[in-house]
Design a protein around this ligand. Structure first.
Ligand code: AHR
Length: 509
């Protein structure tokens, strides 16, 4: 199959946020314990963190790591997770339908240490379920205040004389949902959101406050929140999980994320017309591929190559929303829906590990708008299917698949391109979504002068169902270098593969 890409340096789609590609850790199932923190493990460092997980996370370079939840945050009392470990008491966690014990050994200090060890930035979700604005403000005091006060002194007693300087705070998690402890209507939430923001910003006015948005299903939620809390928030969040068993159908679902983000952008523009001008950013504060497993199955999704291709298509899409998206958090880092899976004596990089690593390491700050000409496919369009019913007993979504309409003209070759203004490097990331055919592609570079070589990184495996397991990494990344002489390149993208091409240019911006 043939294709043609035109990348024009003068066609800039926007600037990418430095914090665009982040991850998420939550105290559910095996994510934090023992995935990250397991003092008894022979693989743990002196502080109880899994060394292998830290090493891999450093390679993944998540910009921010959101914590402690998720559903878990709507119940979490942060004060039970600080101070000497021997004084921390085990409680029952109400994070979801499963009875779980929380020993509080991984609390605020441990989280900050984890961020330091992995060179990522903290992003905390406060308890807006059964928590209060005051508790949240005291958490800001513990983390960020430098005076001689109760909570800043408690931090000092742990040896942390300098404030942690946590800048990003999200007020609650999916607070619109019945499954959430302390679920609220939009009018109730928007009211307490203002109180949380007021109290927390009084302690530290430099923090950024992110509100819980919805982006879907209830058309009024976001507008009510934006309208009532406009002056008190800096951003608004949305969560989206996608994925399907059907190979092509899974790619069609990526458009769901586009729909949610576009709806939120529209709502922000509409409400802004009646307000004082300010930028409210979007945070896709949970996203991922999730369709096989429910909470009762430990959220233990084992990803295949198809899921990695879908995941890479999501990341391409996120770049296209660079004008409004400030943060995204892939959910989650370890074990539950994880980039990594761990067991007592080993770790495996899931298939989705590779696209995450490529995007977070290679994409530049200037997002370009390439033109792509290639053959397309049709698939089922899940976006406009009515909200499915959720069967609590089976922990499963029910829907009548036969009634779903088709969507057409989705290109087999999905492409993004960025340029890094510091290094002068151009990056092109392609996903060949064809299950059988290679794509032979002409890449024309306009207004770009290249130096003489390109580095290519190709993620692929034997077939789209292949997975990575502890004893067998079937999906791998290969790297090679090509000499390139002209600004018209000819490139072969193998069937069902992700390719990142990095080219040194002579351009300056
Ligand atoms: O990722 C698991 C759960 O999914 C999170 O706790 C919640 O925010 C979402 O519903």
């Amino acid at each position: 199959m043939k294709a043609h890409i035109i990348i024009d340096f003068s066609r800039c789609a926007g600037r990418k946020s430095k914090r665009l590609f982040g991850s998420f850790i939550e105290h559910v199932h095996q994510c934090v314990y023992p995935g990250i923190f397991d003092a008894k493990s022979h693989l743990a460092d002196e502080d109880g963190f899994r060394k292998d997980v830290i090493e891999e996370t450093k390679k993944l370079k998540p910009a921010t790591i959101r914590w402690p939840g998720g559903n878990f945050s709507s119940w979490y009392r942060w004060k039970n997770g600080i101070g000497p470990k021997e004084n921390r008491k085990t409680e029952i966690s109400y994070a979801d339908d499963i009875i779980r014990e929380e020993n509080h050994l991984f609390g605020t200090n441990e989280y900050i240490k984890f961020c330091r060890k992995t060179e990522s930035t903290p992003y905390i979700t406060v308890n807006a379920g059964d928590g209060t604005p005051r508790e949240a403000a005291e958490w800001v005091e513990y983390c960020n205040y430098n005076g001689e006060t109760l909570y800043s002194n408690l931090r000092r007693e742990t040896g942390e004389t300098r404030p942690f300087g946590v800048k990003y705070w999200e007020i609650g998690n999916e607070i619109y949902g019945d499954w959430q402890i302390g679920a609220k209507k939009a009018s109730q939430y928007s009211r307490i959101l203002v109180e949380f923001s007021k109290a927390m910003k009084r302690i530290d006015p430099s923090i950024k406050i992110v509100a819980v948005g919805m982006g879907k299903h209830d058309p009024d939620w976001d507008r009510i929140i934006l309208d009532s809390a406009w002056n008190y928030i800096d951003g608004i969040s949305v969560h989206t999980y996608i994925g399907r068993h059907g190979y092509l159908d899974a790619f069609g679902q990526v458009l769901t994320i586009a729909d949610h983000l576009r709806k939120m952008e529209d709502d922000i523009i509409r409400i802004s017309q009646q307000k004082q001008p300010k930028k409210i950013f979007l945070a896709l504060s949970e996203f991922g591929v999730w369709y096989r497993k429910g909470h009762k199955d430990n959220l233990d999704e084992i990803y295949n190559l198809k899921d990695a291709l879908v995941f890479a298509s999501i990341l391409n899409l996120l770049l296209r929303f660079c004008r409004s998206l400030e943060f995204t958090h892939q959910s989650m880092l370890v074990n539950c829906l994880g980039l990594l899976r761990t067991k007592q004596d080993g770790l495996v990089r899931q298939t989705i590990y590779y696209p995450f690593m490529l995007f977070s390491n290679l994409t530049g700050d200037m997002v370009l708008a390439p033109d792509v000409f290639c053959e397309s496919f049709s698939c089922r369009d899940y976006r406009y299917f009515p909200w499915p019913t959720f069967d609590v007993k089976k922990d499963n979504f029910q829907m009548d698949e036969s009634k779903i309409p088709l969507i057409h003209n989705l290109p087999y070759l999905d492409v993004s391109s960025t340029y890094d203004t510091k290094s002068g490097q151009l990056c092109v990331i392609t996903v060949n979504r064809h299950p059988e055919k290679d794509i032979n592609c002409k890449i024309e570079l306009h207004n770009i002068k290249i130096k003489n070589y390109a580095d290519a990184f190709v993620v692929n495996g034997p077939d789209v169902d292949a997975i990575n397991d502890y004893d067998n990494e079937r999906i791998k990344m290969e790297q090679y270098q090509e000499k390139v002489k002209t600004e018209n390149l000819q490139w072969n993208f193998p069937a069902h593969s992700i390719t990142a091409i990095k080219i040194q240019t002579r351009n300056q911006k």
